[in-house]
Design a binder for this molecule. Structure first.
Ligand code: URQ
Ligand code: ZN
Ligand code: ZN
Length: 480
């Protein structure tokens, strides 16, 4: 059994940082402590001057997603390999049934696709329709397949959009099961109407995309989902919170004691809506994702959301469409496949723009890139921290190393990079995936099929609180 001793580094977890060595035996962290002795035959890694972090967890990816008439170009092997080159060792992807399709069937399909993963993975399952069979299959997924989170798209009318009836039925079922409901919060009906109106006005290019999905459209859906969850007494998680309107709804809910969580994408923290006004159609279309990039004042609010703890996790929504695929919307921005990349760049982008600017402490960085997602989705402490007994998903982080992000050098399977030309300081020198050295100073050794499915049981800690609140007469909301 391979043994590695990472010596001389500074371990950083969500709650502290300290000088400590990390001993890895096989796939597990065997010890964390000062001046650990090297067992015979151990490989010694000199981590002096470096930080030793828990492997990143990206709770929002879409590898090889069939969507908008095409399929995302990144698959589970190339995507998990690229993730580990960037310091992310676990992804949570999405099994998304078509309306009317069995959830279990979709889950099995995605599980098959993910067999080739090089890094660890888990699945949220989307509820895109409702009948008795969905109710039953959510139970099977929660009790027998390690699924503790169910996704609801409030956007994408005439495709996978949920109306309030589906939201209420599914949220109630998730509450019964102790599973977490998550939402893509945009009012799909408003998007549909605004897209039509903007197109009819003669705006057909990518600049029409953000106009059809203003912050109010996200704020309305975020608030509606939060209020429905509050009335039903069930926790809620907002994916890709992109604007002040949604952040305010989340802040109100949390300040009133609701169990509600928010995720922010690395790209929403650094890009604004000027990207859609690029003269080059391909460049502008490359940034078409939903929710869209917002005016700069929303970015400042999102950073404050992370700093204040109102937003808990960061993700990428890694959903790659190459230039040719984006051109499907050449004459109509509504047909540009929605999605951007970033699974390889998230950690460095957040270190550069977050830690180096003083916006985030190193521990807040670890919380936002790994620990919080592990805790919210009940993978902790197996994932998301550096402690004896945890999976040896460990990143030796070089805080002074830098790289210029480019499609010419990235490992993502997409022919452009939204961060093209951005020089970031703070890079993974080495990434260990359950003890296997997969990234070593520019050398990627990602093994197809080495990745494992991560079972996520229901009833994580915060559920006890929620269930007790539901029993207590006093309203959780402030008396009006
Ligand atoms: O909406 C999502 O999260 C998927 C379909 C990826 N695309 C996107 O634009 N965010
Ligand atoms: Zn989404
Ligand atoms: Zn997504």
């Amino acid at each position: 059994m391979a043994t590695t001793l990472i010596k001389g580094g500074t371990v950083v977890t969500a709650d502290r940082e300290w000088k400590a060595d990390v001993l890895i035996t096989g796939e597990t962290i065997a010890a964390v402590g000062e001046d650990l002795a090297a067992p015979a035959g151990a490989t010694i890694v000199d981590a002096s001057g470096a930080y030793v972090l828990p492997g990143g967890i990206d709770p929002h990816t879409h590898m090889q997603l069939p969507f908008m008439g095409t399929t995302a170009s990144e698959d589970f092997y190339t995507g998990t390999a690229a993730a580990m080159a960037g310091g992310t060792t676990t992804i949570i992807d999405f099994a998304i049934p078509n309306p009317g399709q069995s959830l279990l069937e979709a889950y099995d399909t995605w599980r098959g696709w993910a067999e080739k993963s090089a890094g660890d993975y888990s699945f949220h399952v989307a509820v895109t329709w409702w009948d008795e069979s969905v109710h039953r299959e959510m139970g099977v997924l929660a009790k027998e397949r390690g699924v503790n989170s169910f996704k609801h798209f409030m956007a994408y009318k005439n495709a996978i959009m949920c109306d309030d009836e589906v939201l209420v039925n599914s949220f109630l079922r998730a509450r019964e099961l102790g599973a977490l409901s998550t939402v893509h919060a945009e009012n799909g009906e408003l998007v549909y109407r605004l897209q039509q109106a903007i197109f009819d006005k003669g705006i057909h290019g990518p600049e029409g995309h953000p106009l059809s999905r203003p912050p109010e459209v996200e704020g309305e859906a975020a608030n509606r989902a939060l209020r429905i969850a509050e009335v039903l007494g069930t926790p809620l998680y907002l994916v890709h919170t992109s604007c002040i309107d949604a952040l305010e709804a989340l802040t109100r809910a949390r300040l009133e004691g609701q169990i509600a969580f928010g995720e922010v994408l690395a790209q929403h923290l650094v890009f604004d809506d000027s990207v859609y006004r690029n003269e080059d159609w391909d460049k502008a279309a490359g940034y078409v994702m939903s929710p869209p990039f917002r005016p700069r004042n929303h970015q400042h609010a999102l950073w404050r959301g992370l700093q204040s703890g109102m937003l808990q996790t960061t993700a990428t929504d890694h959903c790659c469409f190459c230039v040719e695929q984006k051109r499907m919307g050449q004459d109509d921005f509504r047909k540009i496949p929605n999605g951007t990349s970033g699974v390889e760049d998230r950690m460095s982008v957040l270190w550069h723009h977050g830690v180096r600017t003083g916006r985030l402490t190193r521990s807040q960085f670890v919380a936002a890139t790994s620990t919080n997602a592990a805790q919210i989705f009940n993978m902790y402490p197996k994932k998301g921290t550096i402690t004896k007994g945890a999976d040896a998903d460990v990143v030796v982080w070089d805080p002074e190393g830098s790289r210029t992000i480019s499609a010419k050098t990235h490992h993502q399977r997409i022919d452009f990079n939204i961060y093209e030309g951005m020089t970031v300081t703070g890079v993974p020198a080495m990434t260990f995936m359950r003890g296997k050295l997969v990234w070593n100073r520019g050398q990627l050794d990602a093994e197809q099929g080495y990745g494992r499915y991560v079972d996520r049981p229901c009833f994580p800690a915060y559920w006890d609180a929620q269930l007790r609140r539901n029993e207590v007469a006093e309203p959780t909301a402030v008396q009006r």
